[in-house]
Design a binder for this molecule. Structure first.
Ligand code: MET
Ligand SMILES: [Zn+2]
Length: 786
């Protein structure tokens, strides 16, 4: 145990765990992408990035964060923060060994190569960061992977900030989270876990910390969000053991003698729970707790021992970094009081997570017609949240105006028209169990076979066809006002007609209209439902240079008019083949929006479900006999604690069933999920009770199917046979082989033939050839059945 805490510099009373990195007008995205396109040099990219970092420092300083007390986070990343930490440890997979220089370091070009792949070398896998919609690059670590401190750009950023007069707080993903978020490298022996390499990783962090200190960092923030989850292969006890080992070593060097910066461990995204004990024992100088999703720690540990907080700074993350609502300052102040009661060496105020999940500033939305001023007044994006942190640090006695305004906002929001609407509440309040179920599957199947008359192994697509430059330009022209609504609609109808003709020519069995009118599968519905607002500049990073603009679900949801019906019926009028209607499901609409925080997600999901139920009824009445309701985010919202899974699955499955169970037996309901980890949410998928489920399977060569069969899944299933994440065209032989393989586990009456996901990001040429091969392969295998 160290005694360095007593010599640690004081932690600032007001800080944030991180700030948006992409720039208020997506400057970083633009700079990075033009470099990738060869339009700018590496030097030019670095200059733009430095300008953006400088802007951030200046902005945060202007907003009132301390320039000299480490309150300002240094958390810039060209691509991804997990990737940055991985590369600082010199970790690269075998296939990319050549990107590492002789001294072990990986330069920026090499880091992009790993992120994006090159030729036959596949990039690092991407996966969801905790329960957010951000995706990180997964480190690949095996028993022989070289690990050693390889230098970090963060060090230069500490110096760069100092030159601008700012003593910043470098932010780095911590060692335990890095390893929990990693996967075993290909070829690693059974039973190997990246956590087995903890000691070498920690040694590299010791060197990194010393380097940061030498550059002038007084504090370092080590992000350990993985400690708030218990869904890892490692047990909670193993995770606590890893924390004890790692932080025991990291705190060995003395802060007082300049051996390292003081360490603040940040545990966003949920409750830290008992993982706090090894951190306290190790003597880290500060712990940032998520007090939005998590809780104030108990005064004693599970073994009954009184917890000793007297040498640690506790930072209360009471301002939500993951959602856009203005903080109720009184409530937050009360939580901070509870935290103070623990008797910590000091307490501070911070955000629950980094603010990179929210847009830059509400001020940018002034004059946005799709975001009513009243709703805008209830919001706090990153800059406004900095103000809230500062107000809470000052306290109600000093920040009287901010506290008064917070009370006004809360009252205004609670009473505003549209937030609670009787007609919506009456409907959700009077749902009978029968609203959630259809006839049994056997009855539906017979009815559907009778009316649909589809061949064995029916072919279809997942919904979207390529979004061409022309379509995007038409949408931009509509926004700019140079194209009228009527002109835009006719342009989209022409596209629908082209897509229908193409599918007929290809010989697909179940057609789609192609979704040309949708900018985004969630935003499109948000724009057409009551209760949602849409931002103009509210971009948040979703991975690398990719950004999304989540809609804001602020009030009770209902459907003022049919949304997709005219498109589906128009498409259907052009062909004798069945056309599948296409909707986004309630869970996905919630997962990819900023959702109101004044009621449970289940209640909100049911409102969305009823709006979709009305849409489905109208589609059915208009003669659309097959309707797909996409739920790609079903697994994404799975809670970080196992104890919360059952409740989540209850409401999520129920909302899908509420949306889809109003139809007749002969109407076929499809769903689509775009990942192959079927097992993880098998019970939920089964519970959705869709007649046909399509999933991603091409990359994994359908390895999931035996498990699906073993679980007794008897409804239709369409394992993807065409990987749409790459421009590669699968051959007919390859698709036919996949299908024959699939027939080993799935009956010929239940197997559907489709791509992994929608085609909107692909080009027409590769798509057309791929679909031709898909149809030919289905026919070939079908012919062999009889
Ligand atoms: C992310 S899942 C996408 C489903 C949607 N129907 C599409 O085809 O694009
Ligand atoms: Zn998909």
């Amino acid at each position: 145990m160290t005694s360095s805490a007593t010599h640690a510099p004081a932690h600032p009373t007001a800080s944030i765990l991180g700030y948006p990195r992409i720039g208020p007008r997506r400057e970083l995205k633009k700079a990075v992408e033009s470099h990738w396109a060869g339009r700018t040099t590496l030097g030019e990219l670095e200059t733009s990035a430095a300008a953006l970092r400088r802007r951030t420092l200046e902005r945060l300083r202007e907003l009132g964060l301390g320039a000299e007390d480490s309150a300002i986070p240094l958390d810039f990343s060209y691509y991804d923060q997990v990737h940055d930490a991985t590369l600082a440890l010199g970790i690269v997979p075998e296939r990319f060994a050549d990107v590492r220089a002789a001294d072990g370091s990986i330069d920026l070009t090499g880091s992009f190569t790993l992120a994006r792949g090159e030729g036959e070398r596949v990039p690092l896998e991407m996966t969801k960061w905790l329960d957010s919609n951000y995706h990180y690059l997964v480190p690949e670590i095996g028993p022989d992977t070289a690990i050693g401190y390889a230098g970090s750009r963060r060090v230069a950023e500490v110096r760069e900030a100092a030159a601008l007069g700012v003593v910043g707080r470098p932010v780095v993903v911590g060692p335990v989270s890095l390893l929990l978020l990693a996967k075993a490298a290909d070829g690693a022996p059974e039973g190997f876990s990246p956590l087995d390499r903890l000691d070498e990783v920690v040694e590299a962090y010791v060197a990194l910390l010393a380097d940061l200190r030498a550059a002038g960092a007084a504090w370092v923030q080590l992000d350990e969000p993985a400690l708030t989850s218990d869904t890892w292969a490692a047990s909670p006890a193993q995770v606590r053991g890893a924390v004890a080992r790692a932080y025991g070593v990291l705190t060995t060097a003395e802060v007082a003698t300049g051996g390292r910066p003081a360490i603040a461990v940040a545990a966003g995204y949920g409750a830290l729970g008992d993982a706090i004990d090894p951190l306290l024992a190790a003597g880290v100088e500060a712990i940032a707790l998520d007090l939005v999703k998590g809780e104030v720690p108990a005064a004693s540990a599970p073994d009954g021992a009184t917890r000793d907080f007297s040498r640690v700074a506790l930072l209360g993350g009471v301002v939500d970094g993951h959602n856009v609502w203005a903080t109720d300052l009184d409530r937050a102040a009360a939580r901070l009081e509870e935290l103070r009661a623990l008797g910590a060496a000091s307490t501070g105020v911070t955000t629950s997570t980094s603010l990179f999940h929210v847009p830059h500033t509400v001020a940018d939305e002034a004059g946005n017609p799709e975001l009513p001023a009243q709703v805008a007044s209830w919001l706090a994006f990153a800059d406004e949240k900095v103000g809230e942190v500062l107000a809470l640090a000052a306290g109600p006695e000093v920040a009287t105006a901010a506290f008064a305004r917070s009370r006004e906002v809360a009252a205004d929001r609670a009473a505003a028209p549209g937030v609670r609407r009787a007609e919506v509440r009456d409907r959700t309040g009077s749902l009978a169990p029968s609203s959630f179920s259809r006839e049994e599957y056997g009855v539906r199947r017979a009815a559907q076979e009778a009316v649909l008359d589809l061949p064995a192994l029916p072919t279809t697509t997942i919904g979207s066809f390529p979004q061409t430059g022309e379509l995007r330009r038409a949408r931009a022209a509509l926004r700019a006002g140079t194209l009228s609504d009527g002109e835009y609609t006719s342009a989209m109808r022409e596209e629908v007609a082209r897509v229908i003709a193409l599918q007929e020519e290809l010989g697909l069995d179940v057609l789609v209209h192609g979704e040309p009118e949708r900018n985004d599968m969630v935003q499109y519905f948000a724009e057409n439902l009551d209760g949602f607002a849409v931002t103009q500049h509210g971009w948040v990073q979703s991975y690398g240079s990719r950004c999304a603009r989540p809609s804001i679900l602020w009030g009770d949801v209902s459907r003022p008019a049919p949304i997709t019906v005219p498109w589906a019926t128009y498409a259907s009028s052009l062909t004798t083949a069945p056309v599948k209607g296409m909707l986004t499901g309630p869970v996905t609409i919630l997962a990819w929006s900023f959702v109101r925080d004044d009621q449970g997600l289940g209640e909100t999901a049911n409102q969305v479900a009823l709006a979709l139920r009305d849409e489905i009824a109208d589609l059915e009445a208009a003669g659309i006999g097959i309707i797909q309701v996409d739920e790609p985010a079903l697994r994404e919202l799975l809670p970080l604690r196992r104890a919360d899974h059952a409740a989540y699955l209850d409401w999520s499955v129920a909302s899908f069933r509420l949306a889809t169970s109003g139809v007749a037996a002969e109407t076929q309901i499809h769903t689509h999920l775009c990942y192959s980890e079927f097992e993880e949410v098998f019970d939920a998928i089964d519970g959705l009770d869709a007649d046909v489920t399509s999933i991603e399977a091409a990359r994994s060569r359908m390895e999931i199917l035996p498990a699906v069969a073993a679980a007794g899944f008897e409804r239709g299933i369409g394992p993807g046979v065409y990987d749409i994440h790459s421009p590669r065209v699968p051959s007919q032989t390859e698709v036919a082989e996949l299908l024959r393989g699939a027939l080993g586990s799935v009956g010929e009456r239940t197997l559907w033939v489709n791509p992994d996901c929608g085609l909107k990001t692909r080009g027409y040429e590769e798509t057309t050839t791929s679909l031709r091969h898909l149809v030919a392969a289905a026919r070939e295998v079908r012919a062999g059945l009889a």
